[in-house]
Ligand binder design. Structure first.
Ligand code: KG4
Length: 317
C-alpha cells in the first residue's frame, strides 16, 4: 500500500510518499517566504495552489513511482489557516476522485508525533511540539492522544517571529534570535507565564519588545527571551512526564531546530531517567511524509474520510 500525503496547514506545501512499512520514499516541500510581515492566509493558499502539482510530480519522480501506483491519499485536515486547508483538501479530493482511491484527512499535530516516532524509534513519548503556529504538550493516555498543555494565545515560534520583526531582524525570527542569544549570558527579568499546565507568550513578547525599546542590548533581550520561554516549555513537559510516568521525551516542530531548547529539554529528560528523541530536522518542521504516514496508520486502523467531506471520519471496513 502506497500513500501520498499532502501538507499545507500554513506557509509550507509538502508532499510525501510513504509505504505501509513506514519507508519514506519521498518527501519534498516548498515554503512561502513573505517579502515583509507575517504569513497572509490567502497568500499561503495561493502558494499551495501553485506548488502542489509540481511537488506531486517531484515526489513521484524521487520515489520512481507512477501516479497510478498510489493507493491512498492523505491530507492535513487541520489545525491551520482556513484558505490554506481548503486548497489542500480540494487538491487531495481531486486526486482521490481521479485515481478512484480512498482519502484520509489527518490531524497535523498528531502527524508530527507519529513521524517523530517513526524516524527516532520512540515508542510512547511525551511530545513537545513547538512551531510557528502550534505549541502543545501531547501524550497518549487511556486509549487516545491527549493535550497535557498548550499555548493560550500565540505559539512560541510566532512569539520569536513577531519579536524579530518588531525589532527589525526580519522573518523567520527563531534562527535570528538564537544567533544573537548565543552572544550573551546577561539575564533580564521577563514575565514567566505558565498557567496551570498551559502557557502564554503574548505578555512575554510585549515585555521583550519594551526591554529592547528601552535601550537594553538586543543580544541580552534575545538571550532572556529564549531562557524564559524555553524554561516555561520545559516545565510543562516535565509536569506531563511526572503525571504520565512515561520514559521518553520527543521534541518536534520548527522550533526544535534551536540548540538551547534541545539542551534544556535533554537535561530535564536525563534528570527523569527519560530518553530524549528528536527527528532529523527535515522531519521536524511541516512535511508531507508525516501526513502520508498518518494516512497509512489511520487506514490500517480502518479509518477513511467521506469524499463529500462531512468532516466526520468514517469507519472504512
Ligand atoms: O514547524 P515549522 O517549520 O512551520 C510552521 O509552524 O509553519 O516552524 C517554523 C517556526 C518559525 O516560527 C521559526 O522562527 C521557528 O520555527 N524556528 C526556530 C528556529 N528555526 C526555525 N525557532 C527557534 N530557533 C531556531 N533555530
Amino acid at each position: 500500500m502506497i500513500c501520498i500525503g499532502i501538507e499545507g496547514t500554513a506557509e509550507k506545501t509538502g508532499v510525501g510518499i510513504v509505504d505501509s512499512e513506514g519507508r519514506i520514499l519521498s518527501s519534498v516541500g516548498k515554503a512561502l517566504i513573505p517579502e515583509s510581515g507575517g504569513i497572509h492566509p490567502r497568500e499561503a493558499a495561493e502558494h499551495h495552489a501553485a506548488t502542489i502539482v509540481p511537488l506531486i510530480e517531484e515526489a513521484l519522480s524521487e520515489s520512481k513511482l507512477h501516479l497510478n501506483e498510489i493507493d491512498l491519499v492523505a491530507f492535513s485536515k487541520g489545525p491551520g489557516l482556513g484558505p490554506a486547508l481548503r486548497t489542500v483538501a480540494t487538491a487531495s479530493r481531486s486526486l482521490s476522485l481521479m485515481l478512484k482511491i480512498p482519502i484520509v484527512g489527518v490531524n497535523h499535530c498528531i502527524g508530527h508525533v507519529e513521524i517523530g516516532k517513526l524516524t527516532t524509534g520512540a515508542i510512547d513519548p511525551v511530545t513537545l511540539y513547538v512551531s510557528g503556529g502550534n505549541t502543545q504538550i501531547i501524550a497518549f493516555d487511556s486509549g487516545r492522544y491527549r493535550l497535557f498543555g498548550e499555548t493560550l494565545d500565540i505559539a512560541i515560534g510566532n512569539c520569536l517571529d513577531q519579536f524579530s520583526r518588531s525589532v527589525g531582524l526580519g522573518h523567520p525570527g527563531g534562527p535570528k534570535v538564537e544567533e544573537l542569544a548565543k552572544k550573551s549570558s546577561t539575564y533580564i527579568k521577563l514575565p514567566y507565564t505558565v498557567k496551570g499546565m498551559d502557557l502564554s507568550f503574548s505578555g512575554l513578547l510585549t515585555a521583550a519588545i519594551r526591554k529592547y525599546e528601552s535601550g537594553e542590548a538586543i543580544e541580552d533581550v534575545c538571550y532572556s527571551l529564549q531562557e524564559t520561554a524555553f524554561a516555561m516549555l520545559v516545565e510543562v513537559t516535565e509536569r506531563a512526564i511526572a503525571h504520565t510516568k512515561k520514559v521518553e521525551v520527543l521534541l518536534c516542530g520548527g522550533v526544535a531546530a534551536n540548540t538551547r531548547l534541545r539542551e534544556m529539554l535533554s537535561i530535564m529528560s536525563e534528570e527523569h531517567y527519560a530518553d530524549f528523541y528528536m527527528p532529523p530536522i527535515k522531519y521536524c518542521g511541516d512535511n508531507g511524509a508525516m501526513i502520508a504516514w498518518m494516512g497509512q496508520l489511520m487506514h490500517k486502523n480502518g479509518l477513511v474520510t467521506d469524499i463529500e467531506d462531512t468532516g466526520i471520519i468514517q469507519k472504512y471496513r
